[in-house]
Ligand binder design. Sequence first.
Ligand SMILES: Nc1c(NC[C@H](O)[C@H](O)[C@H](O)CO)[nH]c(=O)[nH]c1=O
Ligand SMILES: CC(=O)[C@@H](O)COP(=O)(O)O
Length: 162
Amino acid sequence: MTINTIEGDFSANQGRYAIVVTRWNSFVVDHLQSGAIDALKRHGISDEQITVIKVPGAYELPLVCQRLADTGQYDALIALGAVIRGGTPHFEYVAGEAAGGLNSVALTFDIPVVFGVLTVDSIEQAIERSGTKAGNKGAESALVAIEMVNLLTQIGTGEAAE
Ligand SMILES: Nc1c(NC[C@H](O)[C@H](O)[C@H](O)CO)[nH]c(=O)[nH]c1=O
Ligand SMILES: CC(=O)[C@@H](O)COP(=O)(O)O
């Protein structure tokens, strides 16, 4: 007996991708954005399939992603930002609300919302994760988006099984 396996792949360059990018900490987030775009295009996604939206900070990501998801015009959202801990508990609130809000959008609108928001303790950690020795979380997020679009396409809506 062969076990049925369903998994996303990178063979199909389908889908419409919105990359939602914060202006906060642009010195690293801009590198996340370029990494994400490069990864999408290296996997066959065309310029016409990509839309970039700029928001003030990570706290604004969920609302804008909610509005984008509600349009029905995108197959995946990639949320990119960098929340860098300072001297007060503000980090916890910004990072926590961004993560929770983005997950809520994904579940509410049945759309992949990839969490590409760095949550780090220092600028050095942010730099390491935006294209230097710890990779580029923007590029990684783009690959997650492609895989999820293909996976969910394969799973379907379940209507056909009824
Ligand atoms: N400190 C960081 C912020 N703070 C700003 C908030 O995201 C938000 O724009 C403001 O509270 C107004 O609603 N944002 C980041 O993305 N990264 C930070 O390190
Ligand atoms: C993540 C933040 O909001 C943080 O950068 C703010 O810094 P501080 O906690 O020193 O006000």
